[in-house]
Design a protein around this ligand. Structure first.
Ligand code: PDD
Length: 318
């Protein structure tokens, strides 16, 4: 038996109806997630606050999960209430049995594959999706990293043209993350045909003369849940926001470059391919967005604690 990688304390996970320690969760090798990368995933932060944890922008994570599943023809195994109940159950199990401490931010990792079948490329009839949920502690970038910013490298985006689907077929992204690691960088910023797309696991934002720009939503990027959020936060902060294609020269001449993702929130890029970005330190737009992001978290936590009875958005409080 292959040893479990170091994930101590061992999380409690959900797999196909069972809530078990990670080492007891087994998937048959003919699972199409293993054989073909035929599956979808979602990564949602569960931010801790005084009253528990709030699944931040959870309704949007669930909507993206539903969209991704629909695009590849896998039936969504739960409705939104079902997903929320499942996460609450797994969080409770981790608190009770896996040392998930109150006040600790967490990440919900959801994966749904097409299921288990005799190997053959086209969709098999009549199989059940494999459903996996794991809740693990989330350690957000610390103040020192935010103050320093991160180094990035750049590379040609060679991924497929369905990057809007949050598929577990991530080899293209894995190679880009490895390229960053080998070059002592935090992330690889990708360009397709000379135009900015995104990082290996983050969206990329560019600031020039006080204007915040993002590449258009398209099949060339995964629309992060932070994409719409940052759009909202920039309006709240009075930062001018534009969606537009950006070429390499524009990105290299940026005053600021910012990364966003569930596990990074927003992070300033202070070096790209060994050249300083702007003045080589985190900029004012980053600082404003970071503060606004923290306010958005606090607001959601407060609304969740108050029950948010008339709030049409769905969220869980765990
Ligand atoms: N990745 N683009 C890509 C390719 C990503 O993998 C991610 C997130 C994002 C940002 O999306 P969001 O704001 O919803 O986190 C953009 C997650 C964190 C991951 O794969 O672990």
């Amino acid at each position: 038996m292959t040893a479990l990688p170091d994930v101590s304390p061992e999380p409690i996970v959900y797999l196909n109806g069972e809530v078990v320690p990670l080492s007891e969760a087994r998937v048959p090798v003919l699972d199409r997630g293993f054989i073909f990368g035929d599956g979808i995933y979602e990564v949602a932060p569960l931010y801790a606050h005084a009253g528990g944890r709030t699944a931040f922008r959870f309704e949007q994570h669930l909507a993206r999960l539903a969209r991704s599943l629909a695009k590849v023809g896998i039936a969504n195994p739960f409705d939104n209430a079902g997903w929320r109940a499942l996460i609450e159950r797994v969080v409770a199990a981790n608190e009770a049995e896996a040392g998930l401490a109150a006040g600790q931010d967490a990440i919900a990792y959801i994966q749904v594959t097409r299921g288990v079948a005799k190997r053959g490329h086209a969709f098999p009839a009549g199989i059940q999706p494999t459903v996996f949920l794991m809740v693990t502690p989330l350690n957000l970038p610390d103040a020192a990293l935010r103050a320093e910013g991160v180094r990035c490298v750049s590379a040609e985006d060679r991924r497929w043209l369905n990057c809007d689907i949050k598929s577990v077929s991530l080899l293209g992204n894995v190679l880009m993350a490895q390229y960053a690691a080998e070059n002592d960088a935090f992330e690889t910023i990708q360009f397709r045909d000379g135009m900015l797309t995104e990082g290996s696991s983050s969206n990329v934002w560019v600031v020039k003369d006080g204007v915040l720009s993002a590449p258009p939503r398209s099949q060339k990027i995964l629309e992060g849940i932070r994409y719409g959020l940052i759009e909202e936060l920039s309006a709240e902060c009075g930062i001018r926001f534009e969606v537009r294609e950006m070429n390499e020269a524009e990105v290299r001449a940026a005053d600021e470059i910012i990364l966003s993702s569930a596990t990074k929130e927003v992070l300033p890029v202070t070096q790209l391919d060994s050249q300083p970005v702007g003045e080589g330190k985190p900029g004012a737009v980053f600082a404003a967005l970071y503060d606004a992001y923290q306010r958005a978290k606090a607001n959601e936590a407060q609304e969740a604690q108050q029950g948010a009875k008339n709030d049409p958005r769905e969220r869980i409080t765990v």
